[in-house]
Design a protein around this ligand. Sequence first.
Ligand code: F6P
Length: 334
Amino acid sequence: MKRIAVLTSGGDAPGMNACIRAIVLTAHRNQIEVIGYRHGYNGLLKREYQPLHPGDVVNIIQRGGTILRSARCPEFVSTESAERAAQNLNDMHIDALLIIGGNGSFMGAEHLGRHWDGQIITLPGTIDNDITGTDGTIGYYTAIDTALEAIDKVRDTADAFERIFLIEVMGRHAGFIGLNAAIGSGAEQMLLPELVDDGNAIDLKQIMRHVKVTREKRGMCSYIIVITENLYPGGANALATKLTEEMNVDCKPVILGYIQRGGSPVSMDRILATKLGAYAVEAARDGKHLIMIGEQNHNVVEIPLEQTRSSKKPLDPYLVEIQQDFFDLVKNPV
Ligand code: F6P
C-alpha cells in the first residue's frame, strides 16, 4: 500500500481533526502517503485535494470543525458521480479511501464501492450517534457536554423565575443527545423520537399534566423539558407557544442548534477519534474493505458497512427507565 486518501463529509463533528491527525501519523509510520480531499465528496468530484504530512496535523487535536472542510453532496447518488470519483481516485493512484462521516456519508461510501475497485473504510463521525455497530461516534460526547453546559445555564434563570423551559437539542431523528442531555441536566421531562410511538403525535395533555402535578407537589419550581429536533411540527418554538396557550403559563423555548456541532472536542471524542483513525489505517494496510471501524465496550471493532444501517440503534433502555422513574408522579409520592 502506497497511498491513501481521507475526507470528512456531512455534518462536522468535534474530533474529526483528531481523527485526521491519527490517520496521517499512523500512515507516516507505515510509509503510506496521505491525500486529503476537501469539502467531502465534492472534493472527490472536483479533484480538490491536498497532501497531508505530519507537519500539517500539528496542534489540531484540540480543534473543532475539520481542516479538510465538510459538505453534503446530494449529487453523489448518481452513477455518473461515483464513476467520476472512481476515475479521479484511480488517476491519483489511491489504494484506499477513508471516509469520516455519518449515515449519509456511509451511503455514499457503499455507492462508490459499487463503482471503484479500491478499498473503502468508514469512520463514524457525527454528533447524532445514530450509527449501528459502534457505542459512540466521534463528536457525540462533546455535543452532550455542550448541551449540558447550556442547559445548566438555562436552569439557573429558570430557577430564579420558576419558569418552564423547552430546550431543543440536535440528533436528527435519534434521541441520543436528548436522552443524555436530559439525564445529565436532571430535566423533568424528555421528548425523544424513540419514545413517541410510530404515527402517534406528541401527547400534549400528558406533558401538561406532568408539569402541573410536579409543580403542585414540589411547590413552584423550574421545569425543563428536553426535546429532540424534528419531533414536533414547527419545532420547539411552535410547541412552546402551544403549551403556553394551553397551560396559561409561560413556556420559554430555547433552540441549542449549531453550538452542539462546534467547540474543542472533549477527551472521550479525542481518544475515540485517535483510536479509530489509527486502526483504520492499519485495517487499510491489511487489505480490509467496505467496513466501518467502530468501538464496542471499549474495544475497536470492524463492522461490515452494510450492517451499520441495517437496523435502528436503540437508546440505552436503563437510562430511559431511570429518567422516567425519577419523575414518575405515581412512584414518587412527595
Ligand atoms: O448530523 C448532524 C446534524 O447536526 C444533525 O444533528 C442535524 O439535524 C443536521 O446535522 C443539520 O444539518 P445541516 O448542517 O446540513 O443543516
